[in-house]
Design a protein around this ligand. Structure first.
Ligand code: SAH
Length: 403
């Protein structure tokens, strides 16, 4: 682990940007800070293992979003601040993938030479809102999504040719038309300008399709470790029925399907479900099905029909799960629940519910998927306990001293 990285790191926009809340700490201290936070929030539910950090905690973000603006007559790009509706120019972000950062700088120059104006949130004038770039860490494929305020793209062919000419590593370019009043949100319409309109990446030998709108973890190196741990916690022997709830593009379920009897994935975002189905096909998985809908409602229906599952893997958004979902999990009575969480606060709340309803946290493993930021990812193994074992353990002071 990179213990000796010095604090400060010299980012010139550290204060203005606000993205790296922990950059004032050395990386070693950042990890300790996250470990203590996890113990405070989750130590009540079970022992928190030592956080796993990155060897090189820089340039790990394979999804980059950069908003365009005109400042003192110059085209610039950077972080959009919703409070001021202004863009803080960022020339070189230490978290972002280097290839993606270079493409953003090229786009600034191309906008200037093609006389294409950045969109102005205050006046509603201009065309180019922001760019989303995604790079497959293992495949090297690059998708550039140009988010525009209207559909008519002046000199589109020459613009795209100039971009590809400077960055032959780009495998697809998509125009997304967003008329939204908020920035950094994709609109409904995607127009593929070059390539297939999506990229692929691999995790542990499986291929995954990533479209502009689908969720895909931004730190693929750490995600590989996180998913491997989630699958280890599932304890699969080849015959189990697994529910992959909040499944996104089906990544965890598809990886698990290699060792399971049957996998059922459920996800709210229709685009992600379409990708998940395609991903199952790409990986020749015939023991997995995906359903579009609210995970809570889906589980209520399963429970009311008396269906059973041996393992539930859940990976909800930051807000955590909901009572409807968790109540149905308890009713389905799986032997194990594996909870992947990007928010220890909501995880803490949900673990309390599971604890009170017969599921004890046997393992809690934090991962630093987002170095220099305050965020922390955890994977938790919950096992069904006999009714007499429900008594909960209180926070162990020993745990608080472990870092
Ligand atoms: N397991 C996936 C995705 C996790 S992100 C992966 O690792 O890639 C959380 C996912 O939950 C997102 O894809 C989001 O669209 C989905 N989601 C949010 N609310 C949901 C709900 N109520 N029901 C089902 N899915 C939901």
């Amino acid at each position: 682990m990179a213990k000796n990285i010095k604090k400060g790191n010299g980012c010139p926009v550290y204060k203005k940007c606000g993205g790296c809340q922990l950059q004032n700490l050395t990386y070693d201290m950042q990890l300790k800070h996250k470990q203590v936070r996890c113990i405070k929030l989750l130590g009540r539910a079970g022992h928190v293992d030592e956080i796993i950090g990155m060897e090189n905690p820089y340039n790990y973000r394979c999804k980059v979003q950069s908003a365009f603006a005109t400042i003192r007559g110059n085209v610039t790009s950077g972080v959009f601040q919703s409070s001021t509706k202004r863009v803080v120019p960022v020339d070189n972000c230490m978290l972002e993938d280097k290839v993606a950062s270079e493409i953003v700088l090229t786009l600034r120059k191309l906008l200037k030479s093609f006389k294409i104006k950045p969109y102005d949130m205050e006046t509603g004038a201009g065309f180019m809102r922001y760019v989303q770039i995604r790079r497959g860490f293992y495949t090297g494929q690059v998708m550039v999504v140009l988010v525009t305020a209207s559909e008519q793209f002046p000199s589109v062919t020459s613009f795209v040719n100039a971009l590809i000419g400077r960055h032959p590593e780009i495998t697809t370019v998509v125009q997304n038309v967003s008329k939204k009043s908020v920035n950094l949100v994709l609109g409904e319409k995607n127009i593929t300008l070059y390539g297939d309109g999506y990229i692929e990446d691999t995790i542990d030998g499986c291929r995954f399709r990533i479209s502009p709108k689908s969720f895909y973890q931004v730190n693929p190196q750490m995600t590989t470790l996180l998913y491997a741990k989630a699958i280890e916690f599932m304890g699969l022997t080849g015959s189990e029925t697994v529910i992959d709830a909040y499944c996104g593009t089906g990544t965890i379920g598809i990886l698990a399907s290699r060792n399971a009897g049957r996998v059922i994935g459920v996800e709210l975002n229709k685009d992600a479900v379409r990708d998940a189905k395609e991903n199952a096909r790409l990986n020749n998985c015939d023991n997995i099905e995906f359903f579009a809908g609210d995970a809570g409602e889906f589980m209520v229906e399963m429970a009311s029909k008396g269906k059973k599952a041996d393992v539930v893997i859940m990976d909800p958004p930051r807000a955590g799960s909901d009572i409807k979902f968790m109540r149905s999990v308890v009713k389905l009575n799986p032997e194990r629940v594996v909870y992947v969480s990007c928010n220890p606060e909501t995880l803490s709340h949900d673990l309390t519910y599971f604890g009170q309803n017969g599921y004890a946290a046997k393992k809690i493993q934090p991962y630093d998927l987002f170095p220099h930021t305050g965020h922390c990812e955890c994977v938790v193994l919950l096992s069904r306990e006999k009714a007499d074992d429900y008594a909960r353990v209180s926070v162990k002071t020993k745990d608080l001293k472990q870092v």
